[in-house]
Design a protein around this ligand. Structure first.
Ligand code: SF4
Length: 468
């Protein structure tokens, strides 16, 4: 079974946080966390914030007001290292102005030991560097820093653990994320995640359910069950579709359940059936295709073909009413020919995505694809990306035509003030709808009718009772 943090280790975390609180009482210390990258990093930052609040820190509004700054870094985006090093460099001046300011750098980029060492060596004013597997040691490292002020570098190469029971400070709102698993076993050849987040570890269903219950009690109305590949969730034989049913049935007061991300190779008929049957499971799936060429999919180690993918799309559309599909696509993967790229364009036209996140391939140090021959020139990647985006500019609005006259429920998330103020919120299938309405409706579910669309957003009005 999974490597889990022990009760004794958790007890030590809380004891260290109590000692920090006693040590710093009356000093009015404040923290500032800057987070880069995906929801996994957001989640880690929420845990770091939770621990700091437990230790007596308050949140600072700006870096200049903080006594502790943490950069939670990401190594997935392009030029991430250059940007992170630049941002860290800027803190030198703040450290000169405030000698008690501590600076820590953590997250995926710091789990790449060579990069972490480079950063630690280049910026002697960085007090703390730690990798993604060190969260449980954060209280003791902070305590050590406060007592001794010696620099700390801690990056371990374990496969990671499942950490339960740490305090968490969630970003306020109506929608939140609950991790169901950590890590990834897939080793897509372009991706650094398995190297920095370790092997797949699934959480116990009971722990997930109790966290979902507690976020609903705190007022959240939408929970996204999160994992790098939720479809391979497995705890003691409980699969992801089973978990979805368990959460759905155990927390009936939760209006909306989403999940992310689904690897096509593991998308089962059971999951499609669960999406179709469970009323409060949202009818949206993010299903990254990455390429429409079988040759490139193989080189990416995706382990499905374009025809497997299209069959899944067909099954989803025929089983789940009003389902919408979004995706990720990489163009310019090493060795991608014009023919391969055309296959991607063709697949995009056939699927008719609700939305797509498109990227020009950029190598990640340490991955298999980074060392492949036939890297595609930047100009070609850019041209292909533009071409693909132009296709999406046509196909996404076409997919919206069916919504004219459609009636459905949105969860109102806020007001868009860019022009005439409009409330915005998503349908269950993730389509964003803008309507006129009162700000008091934020956080409520309202029935809307769609009158028009613009690119990937819909526009409509709130349905009055007599219109029903
Ligand atoms: S499934 Fe592939 S792309 Fe997704 S996190 Fe795992 S290795 Fe990366």
């Amino acid at each position: 079974m999974n490597n889990r943090i022990t009760e004794a280790e958790l007890g030590e975390c809380y004891k260290a946080l109590d000692r920090i609180r006693a040590l710093t009482e009356g000093l009015g210390l404040r923290y500032y966390i800057e987070t880069y990258g995906c929801q996994m990093n957001e989640h880690d930052s929420e845990l770091l914030a939770g621990m700091l609040i437990q230790a007596g820190y308050a949140k600072a509004e700006t870096k200049a007001d903080a006594d502790l700054i943490l950069f939670n870094t990401c190594c997935v985006r392009e030029h991430a290292e250059k940007r992170t090093f630049g941002n860290v460099g800027f803190i030198k001046e703040l450290k000169q102005q405030n000698p008690r300011l501590l600076l820590g750098v953590c997250g995926c980029m710091m789990q790449q030991k060579e990069v972490a060492k480079r950063l630690y060596a280049r910026f002697p004013f960085v007090d703390l560097v730690f990798g993604t597997h060190e969260l449980k040691n954060f209280p003791s490292m902070l305590e050590e820093l406060l007592m001794e002020r010696d620099r700390i570098f801690r990056v371990s190469e374990s496969d990671g653990e499942v950490i339960e029971g740490l305090p968490i400070e969630r970003t306020p709102g109506f929608s939140t994320f609950v991790n169901i698993m950590y890590g990834c076993n897939n080793f897509c050849t372009y991706c650094i995640v398995p190297y920095v987040r370790g092997r797949e570890r699934s959480r116990k269903p009971e722990d997930i359910i109790s966290e979902v219950r507690s976020v609903v009690q705190s007022g959240y109305c939408e929970v996204t069950l999160l994992g790098q590949n939720v479809n391979s969730y497995n705890y003691g034989g409980v699969t992801f579709p089973q978990l979805l049913r368990l959460v759905h049935d155990a927390v009936p007061e939760l209006p909306r359940i989403r999940f992310m991300t689904s690897h096509p190779k593991d998308l089962s008929d059971e999951l499609i059936a669960a999406m179709a049957e469970l009323g409060r499971v949202c009818k949206h799936i993010h299903l990254p295709v990455q390429s429409g060429s079988d040759r490139i999919l193989k080189a990416m180690n995706r382990r499905y073909t374009s025809s497997d993918y299209l069959k899944l799309v067909e099954k989803l559309r025929s089983s789940v009413r009003n389902v919408e599909i979004t995706t990720d696509i990489i163009v310019g993967f090493p060795g991608e020919t014009e023919e391969d790229f055309e296959a991607t364009c063709e697949l995009v036209r056939r699927v008719g995505y609700s939305n797509a996140y498109t990227f020009a391939y950029s190598p990640r140090e340490g991955t298999i694809a980074a060392a492949m021959e036939d890297q595609i020139p930047e100009a070609v990647k850019k041209e292909r990306l533009n071409k693909l985006n132009a296709i999406l500019l046509e196909t996404i609005p076409r997919n919206n035509e069916k919504y004219i006259g459609f009636t459905g429920d949105i969860l109102v998330e806020g007001v868009d003030h860019r022009g005439e103020p409009l409330l915005f919120g998503k349908l269950s299938n993730f389509k964003m709808v803008y309507v006129q309405g009162d700000e008091g409706l934020i956080g409520k579910t309202v029935r809307v009718k769609v009158d028009g669309f613009r690119f990937n957003s819909l526009f409509g009005h709130i349905v009055k009772e007599e219109e029903e």
